[in-house]
Ligand binder design. Structure first.
Ligand SMILES: Nc1ncnc2c1ncn2[C@@H]1O[C@H](COP(=O)(O)OP(=O)(O)OP(=O)(O)O)[C@@H](O)[C@H]1O
Length: 903
């Protein structure tokens, strides 16, 4: 068996076939490579039986031979392998082939430093006696023969190593080789220009020299290899020894065996059990944000066996079992991100996102531009999991976002185009409520507040902390939205048109902010219409009409790629040549070869845990807070919002007073009663005014409440907000408002009126009637919420509110006789005003006061019968309607949630 000599940075190692050698940044590995682009355990070199083999461990930045990313390769003498970057990553050169030296070598120990490999190399079949001991005296070498690649070995190299990428750029005629595409505008490919300007750093130019590149951050395609799901192969932050038969508890509290300072983790989060027989289990301790195995939540307080292949996720940390110790990886944001073959179809099969592939290394800022309707928002929804693509995958740190959404969603921040804050609140207050909702229930207020202050300082918002959001400029407001998302330290941040509506100065300010976020160790993707600050991005993705990629690469090369001087021209070309195959043009380009072909060529990731996924139940997304705690926080926040909206407060309490007063303007001799044997036709209209007033004010309070918060709701829902807690918070607060309004209206409306001497349920008829008015206000409020969850824009709510109020007037049963009118009578049963007037009518004996059948005064409305049973039925049905409305709203709210959240 031949030994292999590995050379790196002037050091050499002689590798013995009897064992495997690990390469990476791990100081305990065999070949330690101190380069940030190299993963902790990057690759292994071993004797494969017939040849030496290098195997990538799913490293973040890849292993390359002749520019091509590889998982596994048989090595040939003279072959060079780059780690971490195809061109300028640390270069390993392999040579050798001798048999083991007598007495063995100090394997894996670097040989003397500074000796050029060529001087040390041994021909493939050199006699072992010619080789010095590894680590021998300085100055000794292996015979001083320059290494000659062995022709036989060269032939063993698999096809995968074919030097495709090493070829110089294709000639300018490249685009002309696409006859199937419609011809683009005349000035389009200006290839000679491209040849000078498009080459990114480190990629061979026709002259073999690396071309200059103005972009930032790590270069290369950046896409992760299709390595094992879960965790990639980033540097373990720490190791923890697992004692057999012992328990290792993980959590935020100091008394844990493993203390994790991450607010996403509960105080006592989970326990690792290592049984004496070597098996290991993870048990969730009722954590708020959940414990995940291979991206799937384990049941609350449940236990799952884990093996070396499993990745346990707790907050920002992942753990992997390696022998008798745990490797902990802390996600500090420096992870790669890629999308592969994302395709979205809508009803009817129309493709609105077409096979989008791109990838970026850590710390990248990616700009996404494209004409209106080119699928930018669709892409954003696909990348965030809000609306997963119909095919394709999104890989975050080599983990499939769609399959592991439950865990990975916590690492994603999304800043939608509309602000996700209640504008009425002060900046600090808004962030504190958001922190309360997003952090686990056991995070103390002081801890949460400290994090809020940290984020305020990071985004230089501390001087604005006590201002109301509404008083901030557009750029500052966007900063607050970003701050909110940063609370939970996401590694990936997506922004949808953050600069829309901002002046150029603020546009730059926001883009620089995003640049800073990426530089601090996050991946930031921004969809934008503004092209002024694109040079701040590392990579630019240009979407073409039809939802395909027209370009992906450095922003400074993009205009040359299209052959235009300005983006306005490029977008005009998109518009004027809609049928042109922009995507085909991109895929035929050298930029595609450099920046996307690698990722495109990779097969979809196999999910080795698919069987486990199906077995794991439940897969419901964890909520950081209990239902009750969320409800309480939401109610407090809602009350704060209402309290800071003075005009709403004034209107809410003045309106019922006015309506009550208006009802008193109607002259009536007997008020809401009448002497025996007398009728009182005024009683009906008085009740009608009061009831419609309650209907109107109840619905008016709620009709805008859901639509105006839709974006906030969608975002919070994705972070674990309970749908029912959200709706219940609205219902409770608005019901209290409706109750106060009902009481005010009754006080003003009833005081000047004569009322019956006693009620059916209680002695005081005014209180009995006020209860009906409150029930009517509450039910109308629920109808308002239905309207609010149905409409697409706030403006439409007003029309529907008026419609609702008018219909209620008609179907009270006061204006005309409803009973004994088949069809109309049944339709009226659907109206809350019908049951409310009936409830009020039973108390005041409306059937007697206002007979509707002139021929037969005893033929009265059966719903107005003066009996306690009838009163209970009228009020009961009114309340039941409110309850039914609640379920209707719950159902409608689902439509406004991220698709992946719709349980
Ligand atoms: N649910 C849907 N059903 C049918 N067509 C849809 C649907 N959603 C989006 N589309 C269409 O898909 C295309 C892409 O829409 P998308 O909103 O992603 O574009 P965009 O680039 O974000 O546009 P803009 O810049 O105007 O926001 C548009 O033509 C849009 O009309």
């Amino acid at each position: 068996m031949p030994e292999l000599v590995l050379e790196l940075n002037g050091q050499t190692w002689t590798l013995d076939p009897s064992r495997a050698y690990t390469l990476g940044r791990d100081p305990q590995g065999d070949v330690v490579i101190e380069d940030a682009r190299v993963s902790w355990r990057h690759a292994t070199v071993r004797w494969g039986g017939r040849a030496w083999v290098i195997e990538d461990h799913g490293s973040t930045n890849g292993t390359y031979v002749q520019g091509r990313r590889l998982q596994q390769l048989e090595l040939a003498p003279g072959m060079s392998v780059h780690l971490g970057n195809a061109t300028d990553g640390p270069k390993l050169t392999f040579s050798g082939g001798g048999t083991p030296a007598p007495g063995g070598y100090a394997q894996g120990v670097p040989q003397q430093q500074g000796q050029p490999q060529a001087a040390q190399a041994v021909a493939a079949h050199d006699a072992p006696t010619q080789q010095p001991q590894v680590g021998g005296p300085a100055g000794q070498n292996w015979g001083g023969q320059p290494q000659q690649p062995h022709p036989g070995w060269q032939q063993q190299a698999p096809q995968a190593a074919a030097p495709q990428m090493q070829q110089p750029y294709a000639p300018p005629q490249q685009y002309a080789q696409q006859p199937q595409h419609q011809q683009p505008p005349h000035q389009m490919p200006q290839q000679p220009q491209m040849q000078q300007q498009m080459a990114p750093q480190g990629v061979p130019t026709p002259h073999g020299a690396p071309a200059a590149h103005g972009g930032r951050g790590p270069q290369g395609t950046g896409g992760p290899a299709g390595g094992p799901a879960g965790g990639g192969d980033r540097s373990p932050t720490t190791f923890h020894q697992l004692a057999l038969g012992r328990v290792m508890r993980i959590g935020r509290a100091l008394e844990n065996d493993l203390v994790v300072s991450d607010l996403q983790v509960s105080r006592h989060h989970a326990e690792f059990h290592a049984s004496p027989d070597g098996r290991c289990e993870i048990r969730d301790l009722g954590s708020h944000n959940g414990t995940y195995v291979n991206g799937q939540p384990i049941p609350k307080s449940g236990t799952v066996s884990i093996g070396p292949q499993d990745i346990v996720g707790i907050g920002h940390s992942t753990f992997r079992l390696v022998g008798d110790r745990l490797e902990e990886f802390v996600d500090t944001g420096e992870v790669s991100f890629s999308a592969r073959h994302l395709t979205v179809k809508v009803d009817g099969g129309k493709v609105i996102l077409n096979n989008v592939t791109f990838g970026v290394p850590e710390k990248s800022l990616i700009g996404v531009i494209g004409p209106s309707g080119s699928g930018k928002s669709t892409l954003l929804r696909a990348l965030t999991g809000y609306r997963p693509a119909d095919s394709g995958e999104v890989l975050y740190d080599n983990r499939n976002l769609y399959k592991q959404f439950a865990e990975l969603r916590q690492r994603i921040g999304l800043v939608p185009q509309d602000d996700i804050l209640h504008k009425e609140l002060k900046v600090r207050t808004a962030l504190r409520y958001a922190a309360k909702l997003r952090f686990p229930g056991d995070v103390a207020e002081a801890e949460r507040n400290a994090r809020v202050e940290e984020v305020l300082a990071e985004l230089k918002l501390d001087i604005h902390a006590d201002k109301r959001v509404t008083s901030l400029s557009g750029g500052q407001r966007k900063r607050v939205s970003v701050a909110l998302e940063l609370l939970t330290k996401p590694s990936l941040i997506f922004l949808d048109e953050p600069t829309s509506g901002l002046d150029p100065g603020m546009d730059r300010d926001v883009m620089q902010l995003l640049r800073g976020l990426a530089d601090d160790g996050r991946t930031v993707l921004v969809v934008t219409h503004s092209v002024a600050e694109l040079q701040l991005c590392d990579k630019l993705l240009v979407m073409a009409p039809g939802g395909g990629v027209a370009y992906f690469g450095p922003p400074e090369e993009a205009l040359n790629f299209f052959g235009y001087d300005s983006w306005a021209d490029v977008f005009s070309a998109f518009e004027n040549y809609r049928d042109y195959d922009w995507m085909g043009r991109w895929q035929g380009s050298q930029h595609y070869q450099m920046y996307a072909a690698d990722i495109d060529a990779q097969l979809p990731q196999q999910d080795p845990y698919a069987a486990q996924h199906q077995a794991m139940q439940p897969t419901k997304l964890q909520k950081p807070q209990s239902w009750g705690s969320q409800l309480w926080t939401l109610m407090r926040r809602y009350i704060s919002v209402i309290a800071s909206d003075r005009s709403f407060l004034v209107l809410s309490f003045v309106t019922p007073l006015i309506l009550g007063f208006v009802s008193t303007l109607m002259p009536s001799d007997y008020g809401l009663t009448a002497p025996p044997m007398k009728t009182n036709g005024d009683a009906g209209p008085i009740l009608l005014i009061l009831a419609i007033g309650a209907c109107f004010s109840g619905a008016a309070n709620s009709v805008r409440e859901l639509i105006k918060e839709r974006v906030i709701y969608e975002r919070e829902r994705a972070t674990g907000l309970s749908r029912s807690a959200y709706l219940m918070s609205k219902v409770i607060v608005l019901a209290v408002v409706a109750a106060i309004q009902g009481v005010l209206m009754c006080v003003v409306g009833f005081i000047p009126r004569d009322l019956p001497e006693e009620g059916l349920l209680m002695n005081n008829p005014a209180i009995e009637m006020a209860l009906v008015m409150i029930a009517l206000g509450g039910t109308s409020m629920m109808f308002g919420l239905i309207i609010s969850s149905l409409v697409k824009t706030s403006e439409k709510t007003m029309i529907l509110l008026v419609l609702f109020a008018v219909v209620q007037v008609v179907f009270t049963g006061i204006l005309f006789k409803l009973y004994d009118s088949p069809g109309v009578e049944q339709f009226a049963w659907l109206m809350p005003s019908r049951w409310a007037i009936a409830g009020l009518g039973t108390t005041v004996e409306l059937g007697r006061l206002m007979p509707q059948d002139k021929k037969d005064p005893t033929n009265t409305d059966p719903l107005w019968d003066h009996s306690l049973d009838q009163w209970a039925m009228d009020v009961g049905i009114l309340l039941l309607m409110g309850v039914l409305c609640y379920f209707v709203v719950i159902r409608l709210l689902r439509r406004h949630e991220p698709e992946i959240m719709r349980e």
